[in-house]
Ligand binder design. Structure first.
Ligand code: SF4
Length: 477
């Protein structure tokens, strides 16, 4: 990855999810500066010319500041680091690395160890190291008071144990940067701990049904790739033990979708009126509204198609309702009240995966006075996902039963890829946050509102299409 980043960055693919992770890291960094800063604190500003940042850091530290310094920049043997927070101690400095995750991961410790190695080699005495990460039990009291959002964990001893590992890692990293393309097989490292942006380059991607679509563990897939398999059909069926992978392989090799009649039978038992429900949520690391926690999935929008079963054809039966409030005020209460009103008291509430159930439980936590009607909705939820998973597969789904993979196969006229602006959940969350931001102009806000409404509506239309697909009568389109 390092080699490709240095020599072929054009082969990488940035995803909305990755951009969102960077944005989250930035938001947490801003709060960290508020929490650790004093009136005197100084941030070394970013400059594309590293030498400026290093020189500015040097001048500042030579003045022996007695206040926290942010983004101090050091280089040793061509390894550049920017320290999130340096806090002066009596006999040196404390390094605090800030992460937006909710716990310490092993790779964080290695990250800190590299920073300490560079900073110490550059001549500064680092006496202790801590990682400040997000406390997911923090409840935001409001008024910009984020004291308690971050928890510190001391890593001084763990970092000390990694000295040799850092030296070895840097030797390997240097070889990857200066040498030819390293001979590395694809494997679990392509998705853990992060999704690598070069997967479409490294994983076989030039056949009709690329091998990654077989699914299952990345380690198993990598073994097939190492044996020369590039397409799902290249894999020897006898080497596959997991039932799901055997099924994908069998259907892909046959080249025909599998539709089991059991799906129709299950869906025909559903009574009317049928409600098709989908939420859009946001889960910012830095809570926006009082009483909410970091990363809690807060519903901000819903769409519901209602099929009362009384029309002449299945298309005529549908009504649609939705909710979206872009005022910037916490929308959860009005959202829940409107939802309760829309869903009435009887009839199955269809969802795709159990995410909607989790979201309603969050609403119950936030709004205990609405627990009875919200629990009534939970009792009526019906998950379409397992019905689809057990009874349908098309080779073009490439190992995924996500609604975005299923829909174009059963309803070719509907494809998320054709939606302008927002076409996936992370994008919808980002769009909502942009739409409620004070600095967003009215034209842009209207554009985002239209895209959000269209996207959420598309999700429930997709569910309607899925039920229609399974239960359509022969001869009906
Ligand atoms: S996709 Fe995998 S093999 Fe390729 S650069 Fe990324 S981690 Fe390395």
């Amino acid at each position: 990855m390092l080699h490709l980043e240095q020599h072929h960055p054009e082969l990488g693919e940035t995803t909305t999810r990755k951009e969102s992770m960077f944005a989250t890291g930035h938001q947490v960094g801003v709060i960290a500066q508020q929490l650790y800063g004093t009136t005197e604190s100084v941030e070394i500003p970013f400059n594309p010319r590293n030498g400026f940042m290093i020189q500015e850091t040097k001048v500042l530290l030579e003045s022996n500041p007695r206040f926290p310094v942010f983004e101090a920049t050091f280089m040793h043997e061509n390894v550049l680091v920017r320290a999130d927070v340096l806090v002066p101690l009596d006999d040196g400095w404390q390094l605090i690395e800030v992460k937006s995750s909710t716990s310490v991961k092993d790779y964080h410790v290695l990250d800190c160890a590299i920073q300490v190695w560079v900073i110490q080699q550059a001549g500064l005495s680092v006496r202790s190291v801590a990682l400040a990460h997000v406390n997911n039990q923090f409840v935001y009291p409001g008024d910009g008071d984020y004291a308690g959002l971050l928890i510190e964990e001391d890593l001084t001893d763990r970092v000390g144990d990694l000295k040799q590992e850092v030296v070895d890692l840097l030797v390997a990293a240097r070889a990857a940067v200066t040498g030819p393309m390293p001979d590395v097989n694809v494997g679990p490292q392509c998705t853990q701990p992060f999704e690598c942006e070069f997967q479409s380059h490294c994983w076989p991607n030039d056949t009709e049904y690329p091998i990654a679509g077989l699914g299952g563990s990345k380690a198993n897939l990598a073994r097939h790739v190492a044996l020369g398999c590039r397409d799902i059909r290249d894999v020897n069926i006898h080497s596959i033990t997991a039932a799901t992978q055997r099924r994908i392989h069998r259907i892909t090799s046959d080249g025909q979708p599998e539709v089991l009649d059991e799906g129709r039978k299950i869906l025909e038992t559903l009574e009317y009126p049928r409600y098709f429900l989908d939420f859009e949520t946001i889960g910012p690391a830095v809570p926006i509204w009082p009483g909410t926690r970091p990363y809690s999935s807060l519903p901000v929008q819903w769409s519901c198609h209602i099929d009362d079963g009384n029309g002449d054809s299945d298309r005529d039966n549908l009504r649609h309702e939705d909710f979206l409030d872009l005022s910037g005020e916490p929308p959860m209460r009005r959202l829940a009240e409107r939802l309760i009103e829309c869903l009435g008291e009887v009839g199955p509430v269809l969802m795709y995966t159990s995410y909607e159930k989790r979201v309603i439980r969050i609403l119950i936590d936030l709004l205990p006075d609405l627990a009875i009607p919200l629990n009534n909705i939970i009792d009526r939820l019906f998950d379409l996902y397992p019905v689809v998973k057990d009874n349908y597969y098309h080779p073009r789904m490439l190992g995924s039963w996500s609604i975005k993979a299923v829909l174009p196969c059963i309803a070719p006229h509907m494809d998320y890829a054709n939606l302008e602006g927002i076409n996936e959940g992370v994008g919808a969350a980002e769009a909502f946050i942009e739409a409620i931001a004070a600095e967003t102009g009215s034209i842009r806000k209207t554009e985002l509102e239209e895209q959000l409404l269209r996207y959420c509506r598309f999700d429930t239309e997709a569910m309607v299409e899925i039920v229609r697909f399974f239960t359509k009568k022969p001869g009906h389109s």
